[in-house]
Design a protein around this ligand. Structure first.
Ligand code: B12
Ligand code: SF4
Length: 505
């Protein structure tokens, strides 16, 4: 399957390295999947597959998304006989990844981990049985690794590779990022069961939905955001290249709805205008959704985007308190949130808000401000989670002496596990989450019930919250954190201030 484009040292055809890529995510094991997670294939693995092929390797892939267990990996190792098994990692799937590393080892095949989780903690993955961890962008490193193994070259010290030698962890230097994203081949969709994804979407929504990435990285610097792979670099594909990918998805797979998966979509207005022009000129008639920054969502742009097919926008609102937005180094103003929410409503575009509770420095008054903002704008969809201190972030650095010892959120808790000793108890944050649930339900009930009844229920719930729930759930000896200015709060090396704003993926 090696294709025409090749820039490395070409190996004799017979020795083309064989790489088996694995996505260990099993949807049926994920209780969140039914509620929130929308299924899309891993674009990282599909791009790796295409890149490996175009650089003289033979690539195959096992996507466990629709599987029951890891057995398809064992079968593929036997039939495809790879030289190396490469596993995509997220924290959520770390146990499955370890199981696959063991399977590979038992079959006498070496394994390599790559992706956000192994990039954040390579030692952990080497401990669980992987021979190598690739950090940073994987394209050039996987080709170098596969070719190095095939030719018996020394891997220790190879850029982007972490491994063990005589019990010692050896980190290769970091590899420069790919400057020109247009040089990357289109994702190798044929490596997976695209119809499995598309038919599932069609049954659920009537649309054939797929994901597209137009950029890598994010130049902003929110205190809790982990960016192990791309760091603060930011690179974009050209609008022409994006349209080529959209056309390929439409022509080959009948895709009619696209999720732009960029951390922040359309950071440059000029770029976005050109993309919209080109989508129009290509007569794509696609519907789409994206995640955008609130200060980007200007009324005139939203009108254009809606006319071009925009249906839903994910907005990282996070908090209704300016003090908290500043502590998070979001760079956003509440006034921008309000203007964006109004403009989205005016254009009839669905809004999905991300909200966060439990960030250091947050008082009950700040939570209340967030609830009031939520009440005022009543977004169509939302997710309210308890802040997770991810290793490598300034938030984690600030609370690392106060971690509860739980390593990851319990999935069944729906993003409600408190992983550090915050101002209040986990019960209190869960109660606050429930209040957002009630608020959303009351919002939906308006129109069906009279406003008087809805207001009455809201009023009773507020009284219960103040008089019963809060005193009960504050925890032993925990009292409401006194109001302090952000400068007084115990937050970590002060972030470099930015003039621009950002939002969470
Ligand atoms: C799009 C997206 C989604 C989509 C699609 C998921 C999918 N199937 O990939 C949806 C919305 C479904 C989703 C869901 C979830 N996501 Co998500 N998602 C993203 C997002 C924004 C982009 C992913 C992407 O395409 N990146 C671009 C590609 C090119 O990068 P990449 O995948 O990292 O791959 C490169 C390298 O990492 C490396 N590499 C990757 N794999 C491998 C394997 C090998 C062998 C090698 C050598 C190299 C290698 O090479 C690749 C090319 O350079 C990222 C943030 C981000 N910027 O990456 C979060 C992110 C990956 N998601 C995250 C999370 C937590 C989730 C959920 C668990 C959230 C939830 N609500 O439950 C679920 C898990 C579902 C699942 N299927 O796994 C976290 C993962 C953190 C972690 N440590 O685990 C991220 C990093 C966001 C964050 N900062 O918190 N997600
Ligand atoms: S804007 Fe989004 S991706 Fe960028 S730093 Fe903030 S949360 Fe992370």
């Amino acid at each position: 399957m090696p294709s025409a484009k090749f820039t490395g040292t070409r190996l004799p055809a017979t020795s083309a390295p064989r790489v088996l890529l694995v996505d260990p995510y099993i949807a049926r094991e994920d209780p969140m999947e039914r509620k929130f997670v929308e299924l899309y294939p891993s674009l990282g693995l599909l791009t790796l597959g295409a890149y490996l092929r175009s650089h003289g390797c033979v690539a195959s892939m096992v996507d466990l998304t629709f599987a029951r267990d890891v057995r398809p990996v064992g079968a593929a190792i036997r039939s495809f006989r790879p030289d190396i098994v490469g596993v995509h990692t997220k924290t959520l799937t770390h146990r499955r990844a370890a199981e696959i590393a063991r399977l590979a080892r038992a079959a006498g095949v070496q394994s390599v981990a790559g992706g956000p989780d192994s990039a954040s903690r390579p030692e952990f993955y080497l401990d669980t049985g992987f021979d190598f961890v690739v950090t940073g962008e994987g394209e050039a490193t996987s080709v170098a690794l596969a070719q190095g193994l095939a030719t018996g070259a020394e891997i220790a010290g190879m850029p982007g590779v972490v491994l063990r030698r005589a019990g010692r962890t050896v980190h290769g230097p970091s590899r420069p990022v790919i400057r020109e994203l247009d040089d990357l081949p289109l994702p190798a969709w044929d490596l997976i069961d695209m119809d499995g994804y598309l038919e599932r979407w069609q049954r659920r929504t009537g649309e054939r939905r797929s994901a597209v990435l137009t950029s890598r990285g994010c130049p902003f610097d929110c205190s809790w955001c982990s960016k192990p792979t791309f760091g603060r670099t930011f690179r974009q594909q050209s609008p022409q290249r994006v349209v080529r990918e959209l056309q390929a998805l439409q022509q080959r797979y009948g895709v009619d709805y696209v999720r732009f998966c960029d951390d922040v979509f359309g950071i440059s207005r000029a770029w976005l205008d050109e993309l919209l022009d080109r989508m129009e000129a290509a007569d794509l008639h696609l519907k789409f959704e994206c995640l955008a920054r609130v200060d980007l969502l200007k009324p005139d742009l939203l009108k254009r985007m809606r006319e071009a097919g925009l249906e839903r926008v994910y907005v990282g609102v996070e908090s209704g308190s300016q003090k908290m937005l500043d502590l998070m180094n979001r760079g956003t103003r509440l006034a921008q949130v309000e203007r964006a929410a109004e403009a989205l409503r005016a254009e009839g575009i669905r809004q999905f808000w991300f909200l966060m509770l439990g960030y250091p420095g947050e008082s009950l008054a700040d939570i209340e401000a967030t609830l009031q903002l939520f009440r005022r704008f009543s977004p169509e969809e939302y997710s309210v989670s308890i802040a997770v201190p991810v290793p490598g972030t300034r938030f984690h650095e600030a609370v690392k002496d106060r971690l509860t010892g739980r390593s990851t959120p319990r999935r069944r808790s729906g993003g409600s596990t408190l992983l550090y000793e915050a101002t209040y108890t986990e019960h209190l944050y869960r109660w606050e989450q429930a209040r957002f649930g009630l608020e959303a339900a009351l919002g939906k009930a308006r129109g069906k019930l009279s406003d008087r009844v809805v207001d009455r229920i809201g009023h009773v719930a507020d009284r219960f919250h103040e008089r019963v729930a809060t005193p009960l759930l504050m925890g032993d000896g925990t009292s409401e954190e006194p109001e302090r200015s952000p400068a007084e709060l115990p937050l970590l090396p002060p972030p470099r201030r930015r003039s621009s704003s950002g939002s969470r993926p």
